[in-house]
Design a binder for this molecule. Structure first.
Ligand code: PSU
Ligand code: MN
Length: 309
C-alpha cells in the first residue's frame, strides 16, 4: 500500500509505542462530535486518554483531519472535534473515500476507527457502545456498518454492549452469522449499556485480560479475519434503573419515528434525545462506562503485548 501515507497519519508517540511493541488503545471520535454535548465531550475524551496512560498504555484518538485518517489526535484536534460537534461529518466506511479525497474532516464511528486502527497496526479499541441491528430492521434494513466491520477487520473492540435502542437479540444473531465472538468481561450476561442486564447471554465469559488476549491472539494467529467484541458491564454504582431507561428509550424511538428521521442521523438523534429526557443522568452513566471500558482496554492491550514478546 504505497500511497497509504497520503491518507494515514500516525502520531509520532503512537508510532514509537507500536515500533517498541508497547500497548496502544484506539479511541473513536463520533462519540466526541456526535455522542455527547460540548464541553463534556472534550473533558471526557481528554480524561479517557489520561486513564489509558495511568494504566501504562498509549492512547490513540482517531479522526479524519483534513483528509487524513489520523491515529493519535492532538489535544487541539480533540477540542476542535468537540467544539464543532455535529458540523463534523459522521464518517462510516462508505463516507471514507470521498472525505479523504476532498481533504475534509470526519468523526470516525466504530467502523472507521477500526479501519484506521488496523491500517496503523493498533489491535485494541475501546469505546462506549457499538451500532447494531435496529428495532424494526426487518422492514427498515437499518443495520449498522459496525457489524460488517467486526466481521472483516482484525481489531478487538471493548464496549458496554449495545443500547436497547437496538434489537439486542438480532444484533447477537447477526454477529454469530458473521463469525464474531462476543465475550463478556467477568460476566456471562450481555450488558445493555446503561444496565448490566439484557436477558441475553454472551458467547464466552472471560475472567481476566490475559484470557481475552489469548483468545484474540488465537484469532489473529489463525488469520480468522474480523474482530472480537468484549462487552464490559457498566459499574454497578453507575447503572441505571432498567424500567426508567427503557421508558425513555421508547419515548425517544417514538419521536424519531414521528419526525421521520432517517439514515445516519438516527443514532445521534436517539443518543441526544435520551440524554435530554433523562436530564443528563444517562450522560453521566455513559461517561462512567467509557472510563471503565478504556481501563479494561488498556489492560487487554498490555496482556496482548506480553504474549507477543
Ligand atoms: N452508540 C452509542 N454511542 C455512540 C455510537 C453508538 O451508544 O457514540 C456511535 C458510534 O460511533 C457507532 C455509531 O459506531 O454511533 C453507529 O452509528 P450507526 O448506528 O448510524 O451505524
Ligand atoms: Mn443506520
Amino acid at each position: 500500500m504505497q500511497n497509504l501515507k497520503d491518507y494515514l497519519h500516525v502520531a509520532p508517540e503512537v508510532q514509537a509505542a507500536l515500533d517498541a511493541g508497547k500497548p496502544v488503545v484506539a479511541l473513536e471520535s463520533t462519540i466526541i462530535s456526535h455522542g455527547m454535548p460540548y464541553p463534556k465531550n472534550v473533558e471526557t475524551a481528554l480524561h479517557v486518554e489520561e486513564i489509558i496512560r495511568e494504566h501504562g498504555a498509549t492512547p490513540a484518538t482517531i479522526a479524519i483531519i483534513r483528509g487524513k485518517m489520523t491515529v493519535g489526535c492532538t489535544r487541539e484536534e480533540i477540542e476542535y472535534l468537540g467544539r464543532r460537534g455535529l458540523d463534523v461529518p459522521k464518517a462510516s466506511r462508505r463516507d471514507l473515500p470521498v472525505l479523504l479525497a476532498r481533504g475534509e474532516d470526519g468523526a470516525t464511528t466504530v467502523t472507521t476507527t477500526m479501519i484506521a486502527a488496523s491500517l496503523a497496526g493498533v489491535r485494541v479499541f475501546a469505546t462506549g457502545g457499538i451500532g447494531g441491528v435496529h428495532r424494526g430492521a426487518e422492514t427498515t434494513m437499518d443495520i449498522s456498518a459496525d457489524l460488517e466491520e467486526l466481521a472483516m477487520t482484525p481489531v478487538l473492540v471493548v464496549c458496554a454492549g449495545c443500547k436497547s435502542i437496538l434489537d439486542i437479540g438480532l444484533t447477537l444473531e447477526y454477529l454469530e452469522t458473521k463469525g464474531v465472538p462476543v465475550l463478556g468481561y467477568q460476566t456471562s450476561e450481555m450488558p445493555a449499556f446503561y444496565t448490566t442486564h439484557s436477558g441475553f447471554q454472551v458467547d464466552y465469559r472471560m475472567d481476566s485480560p490475559e484470557d481475552v488476549a489469548r483468545a484474540f491472539k488465537a484469532k489473529l494467529d489463525c488469520d480468522l479475519k474480523g474482530g472480537m467484541l468484549l462487552t464490559n458491564p457498566i459499574p454497578q454504582q453507575y447503572a441505571m434503573d432498567l424500567d426508567y431507561i427503557n421508558e425513555n428509550i421508547d419515548a425517544a424511538l417514538k419521536e424519531c419515528e414521528a419526525l421521520g428521521i432517517r439514515g445516519k442521523k438516527i443514532t445521534p438523534f436517539l443518543l441526544d434525545k435520551i440524554q435530554k429526557l433523562t436530564g443528563g443522568k444517562s450522560l453521566e452513566a455513559n461517561i462512567q462506562l467509557v472510563y471503565n471500558n478504556v481501563a479494561v482496554g488498556a489492560e487487554v492491550a498490555k496482556a496482548l503485548c506480553a504474549l507477543n514478546r
